[in-house]
Design a protein around this ligand. Structure first.
Ligand SMILES: [Zn+2]
Length: 236
């Protein structure tokens, strides 16, 4: 007997396989990230094709297999049409999905992550976003998703001397938090941060309140991401 599953998910990547198949990575409410085989989906007559698009919200049925789990049927909830017709938004979908895939190796159910990702897709689809706001959204998404995955940086006090930090500081990606001016002078590791409140702003912001005007701390996000990939690597 084959086990049949029905899941709700967001299609975060697709790769061509063989002559007419595709492998889809789908972030699901029920199992977290899963890979599914779309058999013959690149064929003209494929019934799955229409409903299973990259970066869409879907309901999928699949059966467990020895090598691959194979999709049996799909219905589309939303294709986020508005965002697909906007180059900047589409590229944001790519960046966000890449980020999700790089930090999620195996199956791990996390309903909060699913809901956040779904809200993010909807928000990008519905909201007018300027080039600057798209960049802000990427920073916001990165901070929030990593926080949800348990990689929240320590920003209340200096990670070395524990002294509270009010404004100026340095973000030390290796230690996963901020260091004060004094400690920075001893070790000189970290990127300068004019105001630590920029980080708390991004960590505490609710997706409903986005967009908001703020300076996008892109350099800190980059540092932060490198910190997490290092720690994720160390955990393995
Ligand atoms: Zn210190």
């Amino acid at each position: 007997m084959f086990t049949h599953h029905y899941v709700e998910g967001l299609v975060v990547s697709e790769t061509a396989k063989g002559e007419s198949d595709k492998i889809f990575n789908i972030y699901t409410r029920e199992f977290g990230k899963i890979s599914l085989l779309g058999k013959s989906i690149r064929k003209e007559k494929s019934k799955l094709k229409m409903n299973l698009q990259l970066f869409s919200h879907v309901k999928v049925g699949f059966i467990e297999g020895r090598v691959y789990n194979t999709i049996t049927d799909v219905s589309s909830v939303s294709v986020f049409k508005n965002a697909k017709n906007h180059l900047g938004k589409l590229s944001l979908f790519y960046r966000i999905s890449e980020l999700m895939l790089s930090f999620m190796k195996g199956e791990e159910k996390d309903e909060k992550v699913f809901t956040f990702l779904l809200n993010a897709f909807q928000k990008i689809n519905e909201t007018e976003l300027s080039v600057k706001e798209l960049e802000l959204f990427y920073c916001f998404f990165s901070f929030q998703i990593l926080r949800l995955l348990g990689y929240e940086p320590r920003i209340q006090s200096c990670i070395l001397c524990r002294k509270g930090i009010k404004k100026e500081c340095y973000f030390d990606s290796k230690r996963g938090g901020v260091v004060c001016n004094k400690c920075f002078k001893k070790g000189r590791i970290g990127v300068y941060l004019e105001d630590v409140r920029v980080l708390s702003f991004f960590l505490n912001l609710n997706i409903k309140d986005f967009p908001q005007s703020a300076k996008a701390p892109v350099h800190v996000v980059d540092e932060f991401l490198s910190f997490v990939s290092e720690s994720a690597y160390l955990k393995k």
